[in-house]
Structure formats: structure tokens, C-alpha cells
Ligand binder design. Structure first.
Ligand code: ADP
Ligand code: MG
Length: 636
């Protein structure tokens, strides 16, 4: 619908954009030249959309226009103009697309980046704030644009990149968009033709539309994925990677393949050398470029790879994909599903080979992307086994927190009598190593996997077993390892008289005292030094995981545990003796509650200090009295 544009209508930028512009003009980007990459990428997007629209709609503005990008300069007035014959924008679209940040969270993300990371021009391309980067070099920008929609008048947007922008009606004959950049005084270099050409070579060489700089073709459109591998140099591969991933790093590895059956397609896939998600805790947008016989149909096709491979960049080209496939039908398209299956298998095979032949490189990969890849064990049932083999964990056998162990290695060095694979979960290695659950494993020299990523336990417990060995959490009550544990650990010679009997009494007292705070109280066969610990009944997730569930659901109650008591511990032995004397009961009760809460704290469950602190004070009072000989003398 046509709309009248009031002369000189002025608008305030969304507050987010003002902040963004401020950040951009002060700290972002060491390479300002990337603004050109961003403008060309927008032009290319607009052209791709136009081509896509034209495939199924006969009636639109400027039917005969070639799909091209033109860059022209006015050296005298320091003006650079980037024009495209893309889809253009209506007045409302300009307000919508250029006046607001569409991708929510982008600004927040950038504002939270460290100073160093902000300067990294690799990062900006990932977060969809490309257009505004032009204000690093411009003190005024005009957008003249005319939509493919015949009924819409052309319109002009202009701004100096501070608080406001203006909209005006404008005469524009051709469909598409001109970005007119008035360069700042000291940014004259961007009117230099050879400087522009070299920037295009560097970042935009593979844009699949002609880029004409002052009438001369500046990019080569080579579909390198269609070439035989031997014709392509490493440099070309890397250049292409930089182009499609909008970064300047070199990929960790690449995969150039073509398939003939069941469907014909060629692809080049790359694994970046770093994981940008680790900067910002949020999921990256992902997607491969999808071509149909060298014609780009979608630059962010998410359907070609599962979420857990979202870090992979690349192109896929298949003549079997219809040019006018709509976004909605991608999901149901059998070809796409098949290609996806093949691509996933190819990537997994490559990772397996890396794992086998270049262990160090695989570990480098794992440190960057392991946390994403492992989601696959959970979600991709079909490839679960090979993915499980690719998993890595830290373990009690590693010298420090950086060591990595595979499940295969673990199984390979299991003790002959060991039947289960054991893991323990906590926030970090230090905490795990202090855990009482580990005591028996140390004593028996059984390896334990150390899980420090919150997802690990979900993944391992979902896996249930590996090479027919059940996977168990070390804090479970009935571990195979404990079957014959007690006899070996307990050295009866050091025990007090009739210990068997008085220890049993103590267990009863503890159970009565704690009542419904615990599920049961038992003699422990796993503890060596600690007086007690809390273990989980079978089938209940570890406390660590329960705490995560609680963070998401505040009504969730951490399940009750079984308290295990170490009969060998000196304090427990003393308590057993005191327990035989009725006058000690009040003190024993306090100690038992305190022991229980100590064990909870050891599991990282924070307890209400208002009841604990007075109790601790009372206990300390008893202690000081005992030391000064003022307490009740009890003969036991
Ligand atoms: P992104 O490209 O990641 O969406 P940008 O800040 O680069 O973010 O651009 C914002 C939006 O402005 C684009 O999504 C698009 O809708 C619109 N836009 C920018 N340049 C053009 C252009 N040359 N032709 C048509 N639309 C454009
Ligand atoms: Mg953009």
C-alpha cells in the first residue's frame, strides 16, 4: 500500500541503537574497513531475496534489472556509494529494519564483551549489527531505497549516527538500495579505488553477484566447491572460509566432499578455530549456505545440520534442490533430510579420524566445541554410539583439570573385577577431589570420571552404559564396587569394646534424631576418613543435577538421602560410647544435626544458617568448657 511520507519526518533511534552507536564509534573494531564488508553483505542479502522472490512471482518493480552491486566514489566530496538492485525497502521496512535492532540481545551481548573482545572484528559480524558499523567511518549516511513492491514510493533515510534519523520522500528510478556514505575527514582512503578493490578481495571475493567498482568487476565468482580438490590451494580454501564465516581466523579443519547417491551434492564444511559461544553464553545463529547449481538460495539454511553441529560453517550445493523451495517446506523436504543425514555422518567420520590419527588436534577441537558436540549424544539417537566415543572427560587419572579421557580409554584400564563406569559431578576438580565419595575409589585405585560441565551428567545418565558397562554416579547407594567393601576397610583391632553393639545403637540414635530429614541411616562401606556422607538411593540424580533442576523449578525439592556413617572414624567411635550414657543425649543430638548439615554443605547444598550458627556456638561452648574442665564429668 502506498504511503505518503511527510517531508523531513524525524525519528529518535531506539535507545539500544544509541548505545550501540556510541560503542561502535569509540571502541569496536580495530579494522574499520569491515564496514564495507557489512554493507556489501547486506546488498548481497537483498539481491538473494530478490532472486528468490522473482522465482515464484511474476509481477514486481524493475523486472529487467540485472542483479548487481555497484560501488562508486566522489573523491572530491569524500562520498562513497554502494548500490544494489536487491529487494529494497518500503518506508515502514526502513523504520523497522534500520531503526531498531531486530535480534534481541545483540546489544546486551556486545556491551558485555570484554574490551579486548570488542576490538576483535571477528565478533561483530556474528551479531547482526552490521549496518551501523558504517558510522565508524561516516559522519553522515543516506539510504535511498525503492522496494520491489510496485505500489511503494521510494524513500530516503539519513542520519549523522548520533540521536536521530530523518525520512523523506525521494525520486529513485530503479528498484534497490543506495547507501551514500559521507566519509569523515580522516577516512578519505575509502574513496581510493584500489583500496576498495583490495578490501573486496579480502572479504567479499565470493559474493555471488557481480561487484562493480567504478565500472570494473572487483570480485571473481568461483564456485570452488564445484572444482576438483586438487585444483584448490589451501589459501583459496581459507579465503573462502573467511568469506562465509565473516571472520578472519583460519579453520581448524575442513571437509570438501561430493556425493552422488542417494542424492547428488557437493559441499565444503569448515570447523572454526574458536567457539564464539564461549564469549557470550548464548547460542549462535547457525546455518549453511545452500546453493542450487551455483545459485545461492539461502545463506543460513538451518535444516542442513542439527543443533549440536551449529558451529560448522560451509556451503552445500545440489542441483536436485528446487530453486524456489520455500522456507516453510524445508523441513518436510526429503532431499534436505537426506543431505543432512549424509553431512552429519561425514562430520562424525572426520572427527573419528582426527581422534584416531591426530589426538592433539582432536583435543583442541574438543576444548572449543565439545560442549556443543556432546548435546548430540542426548538428541541424535541414530549417531549416539559414535558420538559417545568422541566424548571426553577429566578423571582421577589426569594430572590436573586440563587432562582428557575418553570412555574407551576408561574402559580399557578398568580393573579386572570392576563392572561399572563411575563418575562424580561438581563445579570443579578441586571440589570433586575433596569429596568423601572419592575415598573408597582412591583406596581401591578405581578411576572416576570428573564431571564439571552441568550437561555431562544428563548425557552420561542418558547413555546408561558404554560397551555394556553400566555408568554410575559415585554418590549412589548401591555401587557394585561397594559389595565387599566393609570387610576390607574395617580394621577391627582398633575398635572400642563391644563396638559392634554400641555402633548399632548409635545408628538408631542418629536415625531417630534426624527423623524425616533422611531416608535411612546405614553403616558405610565407602568412607575411609570422613565421619559420614549422604548418598542417593538408586535412580535419583546426583545432588549437583538436582540443584540445577531446582534453579529452573523453585518448587522442586532435593530428594531425601541415605546417611552413611563411617564406623572407623574416631569421632563416630567416641559418639557411640557417649551414646550409651543418657545424660549425653542433648549434646549428641546437636552433633548429629550438625554432622548432617556438614554433609549437606559438602554436597554444595546451602543450609539455613539461622539454625546452624546458634547450634555451632553452643557446641563450641561445650568444647571450651570441656577443655577448661568445667563441663560435666562423664565416666564412660
Ligand atoms: P543484518 O544484516 O544482520 O540483518 P544489518 O544491521 O546489517 O543486520 O542490517 C539490518 C537490516 O537492514 C537488514 O536485515 C535488512 O533488512 C536491512 N537492510 C540493510 N541493508 C539493506 C539493503 N542494501 N537492501 C535491503 N535491506 C537492507
Ligand atoms: Mg548485515
Amino acid at each position: 500500500m502506498a504511503e505518503d511520507i511527510k517531508q523531513g519526518e524525524s525519528f529518535e533511534f531506539q535507545a539500544e541503537i544509541k548505545k550501540l552507536l556510541n560503542i561502535l564509534s569509540h571502541s569496536l573494531y580495530t579494522h574499520k574497513e569491515v564496514f564495507l564488508r557489512e554493507l556489501i553483505s547486506n546488498a548481497s542479502d537483498a539481491l538473494t531475496k530478490m532472486r528468490y522472490y522473482s522465482l515464484s512471482n511474476p509481477d514486481y518493480e524493475g523486472k529487467d534489472l540485472p542483479l548487481e552491486i555497484h560501488i562508486d566514489v566522489d573523491e572530491k566530496n569524500k562520498i562513497l556509494t554502494i548500490s544494489d538492485t536487491g529487494i529494497g525497502m518500503t518506508r515502514d521496512e526502513v523504520v523497522q529494519n534500520v531503526g531498531t535492532i531486530a535480534k534481541s540481545g545483540s546489544l546486551e551481548f556486545i556491551a558485555n564483551l570484554s574490551e579486548q573482545a570488542r576490538k576483535d572484528s571477528n565478533i561483530i559480524g556474528q551479531f547482526g549489527v552490521g549496518f551501523y558499523s558504517v558510522f565508524m567511518v561516516a559522519d553522515e549516511v543516506r539510504i535511498r531505497t525503492r522496494s520491489y513492491n510496485k505500489d511503494e514510493p521510494a524513500c530516503e533515510w539519513h542520519s549523522d549516527g548520533t540521536g536521530k534519523y530523518f525520512l523523506n520522500p525521494v525520486e529513485k528510478e530503479k528498484r534497490g538500495t543506495d547507501i551514500v556514505v559521507h566519509l569523515k575527514e580522516d577516512e578519505k582512503e575509502y574513496t581510493d579505488k584500489s583500496r576498495i578493490q583490495s578490501i573486496i578481495k579480502k572479504y567479499s571475493n565470493f559474493v555471488s553477484f557481480p561487484i562493480m567498482v567504478c565500472g570494473e568487476r572487483a570480485n571473481q565468482i568461483t564456485a570452488i566447491w564445484k572444482e576438483p580438490k586438487k585444483n584448490i590451494t589451501d589459501e583459496q580454501y581459507n579465503e573462502f572460509y573467511k568469506f562465509i564465516s565473516n571472520t578472519e581466523d583460519t579453520p581448524l579443519f575442513r571437509l570438501h566432499t561430493s556425493a552422488e547417491a542417494p542424492i547428488q551434492f557437493s559441499s565444503i564444511l569448515y570447523c572454526p578455530s574458536m567457539n564464539y559461544e564461549t564469549y557470550g553464553f548464548k547460542k549462535l545463529e547457525h546455518g549453511l549456505q545452500l546453493y542450487s547449481n551455483k545459485i545461492l538460495i539461502q545463506s543460513d539454511c538451518k535444516m542442513l545440520l542439527p543443533e549440536y553441529l551449529r558451529f560448522i560453517r560451509g556451503v552445500v550445493d545440489s542441483a536436485d534442490i528446487p530453486l524456489n523451495i520455500s522456507r516453510e517446506t524445508f523441513q518436510d523436504n526429503r532431499m534436505i533430510q537426506k543431505m543432512k543425514g549424509i553431512l552429519v555422518k561425514q562430520i562424525i567420520t572426520l572427527l573419528q579420524e582426527l581422534d584416531k590419527n591426530e589426538k592433539e588436534k582432536y583435543e583442541t577441537f574438543w576444548r572449543q566445541f565439545g560442549r556443543i558436540l556432546k548435546e548430540g549424544v542426548h538428541f541424535d539417537f541414530e549417531n549416539r554410539d559414535p558420538l559417545a566415543q568422541l566424548l571426553r572427560f577429566n578423571s582421577s587419572q589426569c594430572a590436573d583439570a586440563s587432562g582428557l579421557v575418553s570412555l574407551k580409554e576408561y574402559v580399557g584400564r578398568m580393573k579386572p573385577e570392576q563392572k561399572e563406569i563411575y563418575y562424580i559431578t561438581a563445579v570443579n576438580r578441586d571440589t570433586i577431589e575433596k569429596s568423601p565419595y572419592l575415598e573408597i575409589f582412591r583406596k581401591k585405585e578405581v578411576e572416576v570420571l570428573y564431571l564439571t560441565d552441568p550437561n555431562d551428567e544428563f548425557i552420561l545418565s542418558g547413555l546408561h552404559e558404554f560397551e555394556q558397562k553400566p555408568i554410575r554416579s559415585a554418590d549412589q547407594a548401591n555401587l557394585d564396587l561397594l559389595k565387599d567393601g566393609d570387610k576390607k576397610i574395617v580394621d577391627v583391632s582398633e575398635e572400642p569394646q563391644n563396638y559392634e553393639e554400641i555402633f548399632k545403637h548409635l545408628l538408631k540414635t542418629v536415625k531417630v534424631t534426624l527423623a524425616d530429614r533422611v531416608m535411612d541411616v546405614k553403616e558405610s562401606s565407602r568412607l575411609v576418613d570422613s565421619p559420614c556422607c549422604l548418598v542417593n538411593p538408586d535412580g535419583v540424580p546426583s545432588v549437583h543435577v538436582q540443584k540445577l533442576i531446582q534453579m529452573m523449578d523453585s518448587n522442586y525439592k532435593i530428594s531425601k538421602k541415605i546417611m552413611e556413617i563411617n564406623r572407623k572414624n574416631r569421632m563416630i567411635q567416641n559418639l557411640s560410647r557417649m551414646n550409651e550414657n543418657p545424660s549425653c543425649q542433648p549434646l549428641i543430638e546437636k552433633i548429629v544435626h550438625q554432622l548432617f548439615e556438614n554433609a549437606l554443605m559438602q554436597d554444595g547444598v546451602v543450609f539455613d544458617p539461622t539454625s546452624m550458627v546458634p547450634r555451632l556456638n553452643e557446641l563450641m561452648e561445650e568444647l571450651t568448657k570441656a577443655v577448661l574442665g568445667e563441663g560435666k564429668k562423664i565416666i564412660i
